[in-house]
Ligand binder design. Sequence first.
Ligand code: KG4
Ligand code: ZN
Length: 337
Amino acid sequence: MYVLGIESSCDECAASVVKDGNFILSNIIATQIDLHKPWQGVVPEIASRLHTRWIWSVVDLAVKEAGIKKEELGGIAVTNRPGLVGSLLVGLSFAKGLAWSLDIPFIGVDHIRAHLYAPHLENDISYPYLGLLVSGGHTVIAVVRGFDDIEVLGTTIDDACGEAFDKIAKFYDLGYPGGIAIDKLALEGNPKAFRFPSPNLHKGDHVYDVSYSGLKTAVINQLDQFLNPGFEKTKENIAASFQKRAIDILIKKVKRAITNTGIKTVVAGGGVTANSYMRSSLTGLWEVKTYFPSLELCTDNAAMIAGIGYQYLKSGEVSDFSENAKARVPSFKRGYP
Ligand code: KG4
Ligand code: ZN
């Protein structure tokens, strides 16, 4: 079955056609990065206006590139949560209209679960595994038993990991988008230049949780305090030291989850999993099999939406026209259903 995926939750206007949940026929991503650059962050109103302007051509191109006609689509999957509400509504409304006109089912899907599905588009991965979802808005370590069966072990108690990359890059004018800019600068810096703090979350409910607000405060407001003797306060050194600490905080918790659950497969997804230091550190873990999406499927794309959408449609789940966009997933906490 051909499923059309539509993604418009933030600043990528994307559409893709995926066959049978795992064969990508087209993957169109129209990024708005350059248009938000002057503000060094995504401006929600600008994002939704651009989605409105672009969505028709992006979908049209995705169907054309797949080499099929719209009438051959068996269903439509669209991100309807979480994200910027105005942006989500553009994709969702478009998907509803197209599904109605073609008389085919549509399904609203969760962006977070879709990120974890991305590596399935390129690999044959069996369940269960430890899912590591790290994006601009979410940081989650979970036991994943099925495409829709996710038990959250730990999450951030304050800021998302990607958000810390973005805010630090903005403060020190390191480049936009922040994550990619820091990743690049870090290659020229020394990760030992600053001794940034690590959160103290070792006990009780928090054994798998992470925190980024303390690290963010240290890098932005207390930089001098953490400079090691003999090192210089350069952008490259700030980037390298921050990146190492931010990623090590996560890797420590992933290692703990591997030890405690005995699950030796880690599947990563989300924009931050494009990070070169994270990819090399996690791939090197002894006796652990790690799957990362290719760089194009780490950040927002519609192939992951079409892929997971196919699984829902196959199991008989469909949305009706009352389906709405949701900015947040309120139950996003331990035991996420
Ligand atoms: O998954 P994504 O595209 O959108 C959300 O769902 O949030 O993730 C975007 C996040 C941003 O915070 C961006 O700075 C970060 O992913 N990111 C990176 C890298 N590439 C993107 N962070 C660290 N290193 C990278 N190479
Ligand atoms: Zn995302």
